[in-house]
Design a protein. Structure first.
Length: 437
């Protein structure tokens, strides 16, 4: 903390509050209470200067920790002072604040004041909050252990099935060898008895072997089908979990945006949410679809466009014209295509129709030949300024589109004809394995 704060001193009251709060806790832990009190006072003074709903909970957390510090020092006057500050801030923003530190401070304050009945109630609330947090931590650990056990159990079953298959193949080879030796022994024996009898016996044995092999093959097919079903279920579960994790990231970004006031930062978070949603939508479709290897592009693009329309609250101001061939694309191609669509549509909505102008955005995805596809996103907006400098043109969104086009081995072009026209032409099959290497 000393090295960081010396190079990057806190630029505002909020960061100053957090820095002093951190120092105060450090000195309190090493029982240097005099220095800890000085930093707690500074943290409280910085908190007094914060006045916004976004910093309400952080300010209350600081006040409750300072109150607990003075309660442990048996300083009733200062303990009550910071508890009263919490009540004042809560009434101002019409919110209810509660924490373990606050309940423990109230418990010690009432105990030292002789109000043991109220102290007991606050101690019960403190235990309830601490126990609920402990139960949550234990449940989370149990769930993680359960998932780990199920994963290891399934992997063990797969290995066991592989070993059983190897043993069956070895037994089959031995069986073939024994059958061959038996057949030749019978042939030599039958040659001494009768040629016709030898042929009759040989035919019977051949039929029996074919029936046995047929049964073994049928049983193997059944086992392989069960194994395939399990693997497909595991893949669907993975896509489901990836989709849930991406939705969690979107929610976290949404929560973070509530504490931001910078328009550029809010816009960056909103753009990130759209990009993550375009990927999450793919995993959701793979989880809900019977086919877990490809994405139905007409349905996917339609849902992505509907999501962006709702996100920007377009109404009927900007309309969309979709012409999508019934194509199925691999996930490795569907993800960059979805991100390209998200960036292009977002740019058209933001910049092609200023001052609430109305307009159209056309999206086509068609097969130009047997294994070549063309993606076109165009609008009838104001277009882009051909005299823009290189730095303006090479924005992050455009750089992202170019990078994704390179990943697809696609031909990228950007035209300015009665609006903006973006074209991406790519092959259905591209060297994925080479790209990975």
């Amino acid at each position: 903390m000393n090295s960081i704060t010396s190079k990057y001193p806190p630029p505002n009251k909020f960061d100053n509050m957090l820095m002093n709060f951190g120092y105060a806790n450090c000195y309190a832990r090493i029982k240097n209470y005099g220095t800890a009190e000085q930093y707690f006072i500074k943290a409280g003074e910085a908190a007094d200067g914060l006045d916004s709903p976004q910093t309400y909970r952080d300010v209350c957390n600081t006040y409750s920790s300072i109150a607990l510090f003075y309660a442990n020092r048996k300083n009733l006057q200062k303990t009550k002072l910071y508890i009263d500050k919490i009540d004042a801030v809560s009434k101002k923003y019409r919110q209810n604040y509660n924490s373990e530190a606050l309940q423990m401070s109230l418990y010690k304050l009432d105990s030292l004041s002789g109000d043991f009945k109220s102290a007991l109630e606050h101690h019960k609330l403190y235990k309830k909050m601490s126990d609920s947090l402990l139960d949550y931590t234990k449940n989370k650990q149990i769930e993680e252990l359960r998932i780990q056990y199920e994963t290891e159990n399934k992997e063990q079953k797969i290995k066991l099935l592989d070993k059983e298959t190897d043993l069956q193949e070895t037994a089959l080879k031995k069986s073939k060898l024994l059958n061959t030796l038996s057949i030749w022994s019978l042939i030599l024996l039958v040659l001494f008895i009768a040629l016709l009898y030898n042929r009759y016996r040989l035919k019977q044995r051949t039929n029996a072997e074919l029936e046995l092999k047929e049964k073994e093959i049928n049983q193997k097919n059944i086992n392989l089908r069960h194994l395939l079903d399990e693997k497909e279920w595991l893949l669907k579960e993975i896509h489901h979990r990836v989709k849930n994790n991406l939705q969690t990231v979107i929610s976290l970004l949404n929560s973070q945006s509530a504490y931001l006031e910078n328009d550029m930062a809010l816009s960056a978070i909103k753009n990130s949410q759209h990009r993550i949603h375009s990927m999450s939508l793919i995993h959701q479709k793979l989880y809900n679809s019977e086919n877990i290897s490809t994405i139905n592009m007409p349905n996917y693009i339609k849902e992505l466009v509907e999501y962006l329309k709702e996100s920007f609250s377009l109404g009927q101001r900007i309309r969309f014209d979709l012409k999508i061939d019934p194509l199925e694309l691999d996930v490795a191609q569907a993800v960059p295509i979805g991100l390209i669509l998200n960036e292009s549509i977002t740019n058209s909505i933001k910049y092609a129709f200023p001052t609430d102008r109305t307009g159209m955005i056309h999206i086509t995805l068609e097969a130009t030949s047997e294994n070549r596809y063309l993606l076109t996103i165009s609008d009838n907006g104001i277009g882009f300024d051909t005299n823009m400098n290189a730095k303006k043109i090479n924005s992050f969104g455009l750089s992202l589109i170019k990078g994704l086009s390179d990943d697809l081995d696609a031909e990228f072009s950007l035209e300015n004809q009665n609006g903006t026209i973006l074209k991406i032409e790519f092959s259905k099959d591209f060297p994925i394995n080479q790209k990975v290497k």
